[in-house]
Write a protein that binds this ligand. Structure first.
Ligand code: NAD
Ligand code: UGA
Length: 451
């Protein structure tokens, strides 16, 4: 029986390993983490992350061939294949602060693997890493006179939160990078065989390690670039009476452009887009590639502009003062169908509203716990209210910041009736029926539509 250990039981490690365990009953999968609370939660039906369909997948395999443990060393020791899926946040200190990847968690894992391993292993980079990280890892793993051989593969993850189960079950592609050596190709084949259990072989792409590492950063950069591009156009639409949804549709029908990822918004959030682009920027700078670095940095700059101008629009339309005005923030997660609030645009919006002394009430169907932790400095000032109608009661303005489907079906007449007048609504996701809202009497502001 092949034994897999995955270090890191987060948004990637948990769902990906649950899917492998579900699809490959002949493989034993153990997910280990130093976070005891997280591991404990994976063992209950109240999972540590909200992801549609995840619980069913976990329940099918848990206790059969899927295990969760805090015994990191034992997990590594027993495994033939070790996935490393720990966090790789942006460095906040020293050289490259604010841009480079903080690789301390990754390196700690490499050192632990080296320390406790007594048999040869395949080490799989699941975390998103700077190109050529595998080289550094190999040096750590093989330092000294260790008789154990480690073969490092890159297998970046492309799942998106909120659709992780669909993405894992039926991915556009799986990417595996391995060395062009006999042992490299043997290891690569072993991993291909696991994925090939449920993924058509032609969707399993194999490359060298460096192409695989760089493809992950590039994919996220391209996706984020599309959002920033349409958001840049949204600003122009607001000044010209063009409608960004019409423009997105018109350009998206060109098969060379494609229709996906052209939805104008308050900006992209999530733990990865910004971090991965900045990582790419740092890599370009490291190699002396100033223009490519500046090009990619502008994607983040554009995103910051979009977030900031949303609050500016709120402020200007509400007579340049929002002090003590009750503002209901609907949605705090960085996108729908997740409780994840990391780098959510809602954080910046709330902070800016707070700096204008607005009275903020936050509502979200799944992200309330995380929302409370995101802004500790504002914890006493912000009201958290799960019931949307209570959140909107007496409000001067409603700001829709997450594209939760249920917000479309709210009784907006009821909300309008309970609000201060004029009643403002700021649709940061362009998801509501604006004509209907106008007719009710709302002052409606959206993204990329002339007033
Ligand atoms: P996460 O923070 O949710 O999970 C990482 C886990 O690793 C944490 O639970 C942490 O306790 C654990 N960990 C850290 N150091 C450890 C150690 N030394 N030993 C054992 N456990 C340790 O992060 P995530 O969102 O799952 O992201 C993981 C990686 O995957 C990142 O590199 C990210 O860029 C990449 N990624 C994330 C997504 C996503 O949707 N979140 C998608 C694709 C790729
Ligand atoms: C993204 C990628 O889509 C995944 O392929 C990748 O694996 C992952 O990052 C990662 O590496 O972490 P995720 O951040 O979970 O996934 O979610 P997305 O659907 O990409 O959305 C990211 C942000 O962009 C959200 O805030 C979303 O609301 C915003 N967005 C997306 C738009 O504003 N407009 C769009 O058209 C699409």
């Amino acid at each position: 029986m092949t034994k897999i250990c995955c270090i890191g039981a987060g948004y990637v490690g948990g769902p990906t390993m649950a899917m492998i365990a579900k699809k490959c009953p002949q493989v034993q999968v153990t997910v280990v983490d130093i976070n005891e609370a997280r591991i404990a939660a994976w063992q209950t039906d109240d999972l540590p992350i909200y992801e549609p369909g995840l619980l069913d997948v976990v329940k099918e395999a848990r206790g059969r061939n899927l295990f969760f443990s805090t015994d990191v060393d034992q997990g590594i020791k027993d495994a033939d294949i070790v996935f490393v899926s720990v966090n790789t946040p942006t460095k906040t200190f020293g050289e490259g602060a604010g841009c480079a990847s903080d690789l301390q968690y990754w390196e700690l894992c490499a050192r632990r693997i080296k320390e406790v391993s007594t048999s040869d292993k395949i080490i799989v980079e699941k975390s998103t890493l700077p190109v050529r990280t595998a080289e550094a890892m190999e040096r750590v793993l093989h330092a000294g006179d260790n008789p154990v051989h480690f073969e490092v593969l890159s297998n970046p993850e492309f799942l998106a939160e909120g659709t992780a189960i669909e993405d894992l079950e039926c991915p556009d592609r799986v990417l595996i990078g391995g060395h062009q050596t006999e042992s490299g190709q043997k290891a690569l084949q072993a991993l291909v065989d696991i994925y090939a259990t449920w993924i058509p072989r032609e969707r399993i792409l194999t490359t060298n390690v460096w192409s695989s590492e760089l493809s992950k950063l590039t994919a996220n950069a391209f996706l984020a670039q599309r959002v920033s591009s349409i958001n840049a156009i949204s600003a122009l639409c607001e000044s010209t009476e063009a409608d960004v949804a019409d423009v997105a549709h018109a350009i998206g029908t060109d098969s060379r452009i494609g229709s996906k990822f052209l939805k104008a918004s308050i900006g992209f959030g999530g733990s990865c887009f910004k971090k991965d682009i900045l990582n790419l920027v740092y890599l370009c700078e490291t190699y002396g590639l100033t223009e490519p670095a500046n090009y990619w940095r502008s994607v983040v700059t554009m995103n910051e502009y979009q977030e900031a101008r949303f609050v500016t629009t709120m402020l200007h339309s509400m007579f340049n003062t929002i002090a003590n005005k009750r503002i209901a923030v609907l949605g705090f997660a960085f996108k729908a169908d997740t409780g994840d609030t990391r780098e959510s645009p809602a954080i910046k919006v709330c902070r800016k509203l707070a700096s204008e002394h607005a009275s903020i009430v936050v509502s979200d169907p799944k992200a309330m716990d995380n929302a409370k932790l995101e802004m500790p400095e504002l914890a006493d000032d912000i009201e958290f209210q799960e019931d949307v109608y209570k959140a909107c009661d007496g409000a001067h303005a409603v700001a829709v910041l997450t594209d939760w489907k249920q917000y479309k079906d709210l009784d907006f007449q009821r909300i309008y009736d309970s609000m201060q007048k004029p009643a403002f609504i700021f649709d940061g996701r362009n998801m509501l029926d604006h004509d209907a809202l106008y007719k009710m009497g709302f002052e409606v502001y959206s993204i990329g539509k002339g007033r």
